[in-house]
Design a protein around this ligand. Structure first.
Ligand code: ADP
Ligand code: MG
Length: 329
């Protein structure tokens, strides 16, 4: 069986012109996606998990044929996103974080009817599907099927947006941070539905998020993306197994000096987070904590640090992410 989505060496660079004088412009190149490759199968949810600016939305927009890649290829439902854009669009349901196109003066139901007509869904079938989706997303319970869109809460807007993505009953769904900023019940409902739709209806879903907890809940497989590069991929357990021999020493420390300078020379991977009033959170990724802990603590204390807390833990998904992301020391 072919994959639902196949991405190979995808590259996208934005060219941003900024004025540098009356007649002069400079062009800044922003490499948003730097040659990523991955596949997604039917019946599964795959997360693109990464911080803001990682390249998630850019990737989704290329797959949705809203942006052209500079190089590389992407096939969705077997169709090329550049050469067969129309076919790709027939096979996807899309939900972007910032939704446009809904009409403020129409109700939730009327908006769905409008889009069903736009998608060319026959009237009878459309009504049946809309009834089903209104129930599925509990829009009726919230009164959102009868309320004007301009009076919707963020949660209702997101639910309606997912309903629109599901209107066509397309085999592939592209959902860009679908729960961003939502109230917990709406976020929960969307997460549950996404898993159900993939597992029970056999659809392929790409789900982007910057939230590790959410990725762990929702996704069958996770692609960790950072600065336009997929740095690791696998199930949550596989990802944790990629740093299997490592333990994480978490040290909380009050200090006038940045601990990154004090323990900078050690060869193991470390990450220093700064919290308020001279409090630092230090993470050390080591094989044998007992061999280094004493020495590290002594150094930190000798440099004027006050150790508040020390814990040795198994790596979490967040640790995996930090470990694989360039930019941490
Ligand atoms: N239209 C655009 N023009 C210029 N730069 C952009 C544009 N859209 C995104 N970028 C830049 O591309 C990078 C990736 O952005 P994006 O794909 O939106 O990441 P994410 O969705 O993971 O936050 C960021 O550095 C962002 O500032
Ligand atoms: Mg984004």
């Amino acid at each position: 069986m072919t994959h639902a989505v196949e991405v190979e060496g995808l590259v996208k660079t934005y060219r941003v012109r900024s004025r540098r004088g009356f007649f002069k412009y400079s062009v800044e190149l922003i490499e948003a996606v730097k040659g990523i490759s991955f596949t997604v199968d039917y019946g599964s949810v795959v997360c693109l998990l990464g911080p803001n600016g990682a390249g998630k939305t850019t990737t989704i927009k290329i797959l949705a044929t809203l942006l052209l890649p500079d190089s590389g290829t992407a096939r969705v439902a077997g169709y090329d996103v550049v050469k067969e854009a129309g076919k790709v669009r027939e096979n996807i349901g899309l939900m972007l974080t910032v939704e446009k196109g809904f009409y403020g003066k129409l109700t939730g139901r009327e908006n769905l009817e409008y889009f069903a007509a736009l998608y060319g869904i026959p009237r009878r079938e459309a009504e049946r599907r809309i009834d089903y989706l209104i129930k599925l997303l509990e829009l009726d319970k919230l009164g959102a099927d009868r309320k004007l869109y301009e009076e919707f809460s963020l949660g209702m807007k997101a639910r309606l947006s997912l309903a629109r993505a599901l209107l066509k009953d397309a085999p592939i769904l592209l959902l860009d941070e679908p729960t961003l900023g939502l109230d917990p019940p709406s976020a929960r409902r969307i997460r549950e539905l996404v898993r159900d739709i993939a597992h029970k209806e056999g659809k392929a879903i790409i789900y982007t998020t910057h939230n590790m907890f959410e990725a762990e809940l929702v996704c069958d497989r996770i692609l960790l993306i950072n600065k336009g590069v997929i740095v690791a991929e696998g199930t949550v357990d596989e990802l944790k197994d990629k740093i299997p021999k490592l333990k994480v020493i978490n040290i909380t420390l009050k200090s006038g000096r940045n601990p990154a300078e004090v323990i900078g020379e050690y060869p193991f991977k470390k990450e220093v987070g700064v919290e308020e009033n001279n409090t630092f959170r230090v993470k050390l990724y080591v094989q044998k904590p007992e061999e280094v802990l004493g020495e590290v603590l002594k150094k930190l204390v000798n440099s004027g640090g006050e150790v508040v807390d020390v814990k040795i833990e198994e790596p979490t998904l967040e640790d995996v992410f930090i470990y694989f992301s360039e930019g941490s020391v």
